[in-house]
Design a protein around this ligand. Structure first.
Ligand code: PMP
Length: 411
C-alpha cells in the first residue's frame, strides 16, 4: 500500500544545494556540484556550443523538427560520436567499428548510459558490480535501481592515496568462475570522482590485466574526457588501453558510458552515449542492438533532440570542433590555475602537483565534522566526503575560502 513508502534520504549532493539556496550569508560559496563556472562565478555557454546554437537558430530546417527521434537517437549523432570516440579518441577502436561490433545508443547523458547498461546487464548477464570506494554516490543508486543485487566495493583510495594493490586484492579475493557467473566493474576513465586521483598508465596495465584475467566486464564511465589534460583525445587513454586487441578480448563485452555534460557544458540537455563493444559474432551484435532498443523503449522511449543536434554540429563542423578543443583547454587551465592559487595561500602539497589530482574537484581530506564547520561557520559548502568543486573558486572568493580552510583544519 502507498503508506508503506518510506522517506528516502535527500540526495547527497543536490540536497546541499537546496540548503545553500536558503543560506543568507553574504559570502556563501557553493563548492558542491560539478558544474563549470568562470572566474566571475557564472555558468556560461561554451563559445563552440553558442555558435552551434546560433547556426541552429538561423537554419530553421535544422531545428524545427520537434517530432520523436528514433529509439537509439539521432543517426548523424550516432555516426559522429562513434567516430569521435572509436576513431579519433581511440584509434584502436576503429577495428571494432570496421568489424561492426559496436552497439550504440544516444542516452540521457552519462547517468542515462549507466542506467541502460545496468538494466541490460541485470536482465541477461550479471547482477553483481564492483564500484570503487569511494565513488560518485549515484553509481550505487543507479545499479540498485536497475536490477543489480550485489554492489561490491573495491578499495580505491586509502590513507590519502590510491591503493592499487589493495584494489586488486579485493577483486581477486572474491574471484569465482566469472566466465559463467560474470561480475561487472565500474572504472572511472579519468578525473576520478570524488578523489581526482587516477592510476598512472603502468598501473592501469596491471589493473586491466587483472580484470581481464578475472573475466570481469568493464564498464568505463567517461564523464570528464578532456578535463584531466585539457586535451580531449588524450584523456581517452583508458579506452585506448582497454581496446588494445593484441592484449585483451572481452568475452562478455565492454561498456562505455560517455557524457557531454561537462566537456561541452550541456549538463541539462542530457547528451551522452552508451557504446557496447561486443564479441565477434554478428548475431550477438544484432541481439544486443535489439535488446538495447527494448530497454530504452521501456524506460523513456526515445532521447531528447535539441542537445544532440548541438553536439552533432560541434563534432561535425571543423571550425566549431577546433573551438571546442580550445574551450576545453581553457576550462582545464582555469581549474589548474585555481589549484595553484590555493596552493599559494595554503601550501598543501596535494594542491601543488597537478599530476596528483585531476579535474573539476579537489579532494581536501577534511573530516565530516570539518566539512560541517566550514558550512556552519563560513557558509562554504562541500560534499560531506570533503570534495571541493574547484570551479566555484575564483579571484573574489579564493582568499575567503582559503582562510576558512586554514581555520577549520588547524582548530
Ligand atoms: N559518472 C560520474 C563519475 C560523474 O561524476 C557524473 C556526473 N556527476 C556522471 C557519471 C554523469 O553525469 P551526467 O548524467 O550529467 O552526464
Amino acid at each position: 500500500a502507498i503508506f508503506k513508502i518510506p522517506r528516502a534520504p535527500p540526495d547527497k549532493i543536490l540536497g546541499l544545494t537546496e540548503r545553500f539556496n536558503q543560506d543568507c550569508h553574504p559570502r556563501k560559496c557553493n563548492l558542491t556540484v560539478g558544474i563549470y563556472k568562470d572566474n566571475w562565478g557564472q555558468v556560461t555557454t561554451f563559445p563552440s556550443v553558442a555558435r552551434a546554437q546560433n547556426i541552429l537558430d538561423e537554419n530553421v530546417e535544422l531545428n524545427t523538427d520537434l517530432s520523436y527521434l528514433p529509439i537509439t537517437g539521432c543517426p548523424e549523432f550516432q555516426a559522429n560520436v562513434l567516430s569521435f570516440l572509436f576513431r579519433e579518441s581511440c584509434p584502436q577502436g576503429s577495428l571494432y567499428l570496421d568489424q561492426n561490433r559496436v552497439s550504440f545508443v544516444q542516452t540521457l547523458s552519462g547517468t542515462g548510459a549507466l542506467a541502460v547498461t545496468s538494466k541490460l546487464l541485470s536482465l541477461f548477464v550479471s547482477k553483481t558490480v564492483w564500484v570503487p570506494d569511494p565513488s560518485w554516490a549515484n553509481h550505487t543508486n543507479v545499479f540498485q535501481n536497475n536490477g543489480f543485487k550485489d554492489i561490491k566495493y573495491y578499495t580505491y583510495f586509502k590513507n590519502g592515496q590510491l591503493d592499487v594493490s589493495q584494489w586488486l586484492d579485493d577483486l581477486k579475493s572474491s574471484y569465482s568462475d566469472n566466465l559463467y557467473n560474470p561480475q561487472c566493474i565500474v572504472l572511472h576513465a579519468c578525473c576520478h570522482n570524488p578523489t581526482g586521483v587516477d592510476p598512472r598508465r603502468e598501473q592501469w596495465i596491471e589493473i586491466l590485466d587483472t580484470i581481464h584475467d578475472l573475466k570481469l566486464i568493464p564498464i568505463i564511465d567517461m564523464a570528464y574526457q578532456g578535463l584531466e589534460s585539457g586535451n580531449i583525445y588524450e584523456d581517452a587513454y583508458l579506452l585506448r588501453m582497454s581496446l588494445d586487441s593484441s592484449r585483451y578480448q572481452w568475452p562478455n563485452g565492454l561498456f562505455l558510458c560517455q557524457s557531454f555534460a561537462k566537456n561541452m557544458g550541456l549538463y541539462g540537455e542530457r547528451v551522452g552515449s552508451l557504446s557496447v563493444v561486443t564479441p565477434p559474432d554478428p548475431e550477438l551484435k544484432l541481439n544486443v542492438d535489439s535488446q538495447l532498443k527494448k530497454v530504452v523503449r521501456g524506460l523513456y522511449s526515445s532521447p531528447p533532440g535539441y542537445g544532440s543536434r548541438v553536439a552533432n554540429l560541434v563534432l561535425s563542423t571543423p571550425q566549431l570542433k577546433k573551438q571546442w578543443f580550445a574551450d576545453v583547454e581553457h576550462m582545464a587551465a582555469r581549474l589548474r590555475h585555481v589549484k595553484s592559487e590555493m596552493y599559494d595561500r595554503l601550501g598543501w602539497q596535494s594542491l601543488r602537483d597537478s599530476s596528483l589530482q585531476h579535474g573539476m574537484f579537489y579532494y581536501t581530506g577534511l573530516t565530516p565534522s570539518q566539512v560541517d564547520l566550514l558550512r556552519e561557520s563560513f557558509s562554504i559548502y562541500l560534499t560531506q566526503d570533503g570534495r571541493l568543486s574547484l570551479s566555484g573558486v575564483n579571484d573574489s572568493n579564493v582568499d575567503y575560502i582559503c582562510e576558512a580552510l586554514q581555520k577549520v583544519t588547524t582548530q
